[in-house]
Design a binder for this molecule. Structure first.
Ligand code: ADP
Length: 264
């Protein structure tokens, strides 16, 4: 991991109409770090990603991506939205969708070059769906579609990747493919912010955890963030947490940090 700061969010307040979905949110991320963004439904995780990607205006505060303001200039960031936010009825193939990731690098009215096609081919292979390149996006399973969108993000060759609940509704094969990719991103030094409801995954696989509930409840290594007091502040009655000699036991949303045996 390089210790250069690549993302800085400072005192950000943002939201929709009259409501603030995020309030005074501040944190920063170093290059190559993998950060899990967790918190209850409606905590502002998707809103945070939209703000970082420059898609939702700030009311207060500032965001810097490698020193640049995403609300004013293009930044080296790619954003994989939640599955439900994409309209799959348009008639394009998986390879076309991945090629869309190259547009920022192609310039105005240019045709894809041989290099663009090679990047697309490699991106599809990296997520393990090269055989589906010519299939219509709407014909693919939820997990395969999610991998297409991750491939598009890879084709963009951005330094920072935002993934909003990439595991929601995907099959086991796609889940494993995404987990394998996270390992490769780590080796490649790509910075990841990934939102998830799976607290075990956040604890096991990520360098730091951002626990959000409109404001930052905690930010740090998993062992600091996942303690009963802090979790209670974020989840309230939705999650029962207690300490056990072998670790924390968390019940409430189907996840238990110590496995079925303890949950029963
Ligand atoms: P999370 O991703 O943690 O579930 P969101 O960022 O989606 O949370 O939502 C944060 C808050 O903003 C919620 O109260 C939600 O209802 C509200 N919200 C999200 N998107 C919109 C929108 N497009 N218009 C109005 N309110 C929204």
């Amino acid at each position: 991991m390089n210790r250069c700061e690549v993302l800085r969010v400072e005192e950000v307040t943002a939201g929709y109409d009259n409501t603030a979905a995020l309030e005074r949110v501040s944190f920063s991320v170093f290059g190559g770090e993998q950060v899990a963004v967790v918190g209850p439904n409606g905590a502002g995780k998707s809103t945070l990603f939209k703000v970082i990607a420059g898609l939702l205006p700030l009311r207060v505060g500032r965001v810097r991506v490698m020193g640049c303001d995403p609300h004013r200039e293009p930044v080296e960031i790619s954003y994989v939205t939640q599955q439900g936010e994409v309209d799959f009825s348009f008639p394009v193939t998986a390879a076309d969708v991945v090629m869309m990731g190259r547009i920022g690098r192609m310039g105005w009215l240019r045709w894809p070059s041989r290099q663009d096609r090679e990047v697309v081919r490699r991106a599809l292979a990296q997520v393990g769906i090269q055989d589906l390149a010519d299939r219509q996006i709407g014909e693919l399973s939820g997990g395969q579609q999610q991998r297409v969108f991750i491939a598009r993000a890879l084709a963009q060759e951005a330094e920072i990747l935002l993934m909003d609940e990439p595991f929601a509704g995907v099959d086991a094969t796609s889940e494993q493919a995404i987990l394998d990719l996270l390992e490769r991103f780590k080796e490649g030094g790509i910075t990841i912010l990934l939102s998830t409801h799976d607290l075990n995954l956040a604890a096991d696989r990520f360098d730091r955890v951002l626990l959000l509930n409109r404001e930052v409840i905690a930010y740090g290594p998993p062992q600091e963030v996942f303690c009963p007091d802090v979790l209670h502040r974020a989840y309230g009655g939705q999650l029962a947490v207690w300490e056990h000699e072998r670790g924390l036991v968390m019940l409430g949303d189907g996840h238990c940090s110590m496995g079925e045996e303890v949950a029963r």
